[in-house]
Design a protein around this ligand. Sequence first.
Ligand code: NOJ
Ligand code: CA
Length: 529
Amino acid sequence: MAYWWQKGIIYQIYPRSFQDSNGDGIGDLPGIIQRLDYLAWLGVDAIWISPFYPSPMADFGYDVSNYTDVHPMFGTLDDFDRLVEESHRRGLRVIIDFVPNHTSDQHPWFQESRSSRDNPKRDWYIWRDPAPDGGPPNNWLSRFGGGSAWEYDERTGQYYLHSFLKEQPDLNWRNPEVRAAMLDVLRFWLRRGVDGFRVDVSFRVMKDPLLRDNPPNPNWREGMDPADRLIERYSMDFAPDIHQFNRWLRQTVEEFGKDKVLIGEMDLPFERMAAHYGKGDELHLPFNFRLLFSPWKADVVRQLIDEYERVLPAHAWPNWVLGNHDQPRIASRIGREQARVAAMFLLTVRGTPTMYYGDEIGMENVPIPPERVQDPWERLAPGFGRDPARTPMQWDDSPNAGFCPPGVEPWLPLAENYRTINVAAQRHDPTSMLTLTRALIGLRRAAPALNRGSIRTLDAPDGLLAYLREAPNERYLIVLNFTDQPQGALLPEAFSSANIVLSTYLDRNELVTNRELRLRPNEGIVAMV
Ligand code: NOJ
Ligand code: CA
């Protein structure tokens, strides 16, 4: 037995950038509904939609001012209900973003909290007196720009904590009222039929109650993210308290049945990430971000698989991520040719794949001219902005790529190459990235060995990654050439033949009977063995 979120493929939609339905240049929920047929055709199992809640948009929706409504820019609650219904009708599950670590400073809770020291909601946020010298209560740094994580509030003479922007004050989950109110937010959306949550920076929610100073990071060098000057020992992933937080969420979603999924956003080494599964009573999928931060090399990726598989508890289900709205596009990071190999990896490795919108057609980072910068992070730490990976989805070659009507300025510029890199152009091209992605998805869905089988990596010549996926009566061999040179591999003796069912070149179905596998530059193959 496997749950849908184990067998299935998750597709992340950044709602501002997917499809505009009303001509304001910003994507919205009715726009997503218009594109559900495409997603069903592509073959994914679930969509995860980044925040669409009322928000002043200081951090593009990750600063929520009302957790139980839809920002008018994105539509209405009725649109949301329709989105769930239309998705479910097509067999697509709906995962939404839950942002528990912080609210917007415009949230009525924070407005009350900051109004006076004895306001009943004062303790809903993390307020502290200044240090004896008048400075911030400790040395913690904001993730955005690396300034202090504390903001002084003149009116009440105390500082409040903000792990991100000062417009994103951190909630105090140690307060039982906060907990109750936030868990009710989950129930609100579960009653509307959602199938799960992606929990924003879930690992940051519990911090050291003593607020001890973080130690300096000896590996930090000029040019690195200024927020990494300290090791975040006390400001995040504070155990065991963080596991209690995970259990609160798990118990709440289980009130609605066993097949709701909780995905936790975290950037942690495997061992600490593995702890977030608990005893099967915490998160279903603590996000595995290792590929985002590792060099794209065959031996490195092999080590990642082996280490991950080694540290995961028996009850835990793995997952892999190649891109998201916070990271450079995979096709820009490793190149167009290797992006095809990476897609083959993501869709044949053991564990739930999360795809980022547009990666299926090979969208690339789009250079953003200074006057069009939107992301506050770019202003605080130039070069760290995330706009290049958040540009409008490229649907066709019409003006504005089918994202918004001609003559309207989309909220971020379109890629210059959208006339060739788009869904319409690739849909009927037998060797396109889209055709490859869809073929891989189809193969994964049809093959139990790929969607729920075991995995074993194999020794292979330098530059090649090889692994086996096995289920009763079914065995697949995947060999990926990470180099731009032709490579040969000798099949292990146990396999007298290999039936190649898919190549990243999409031109090859052949039976190899002499144990000699030849791979072209940047080629990956899936073979039945
Ligand atoms: C992680 C989100 O993915 C990112 O976009 C956001 O800026 C921060 N959390 C703060 O919510
Ligand atoms: Ca719109």
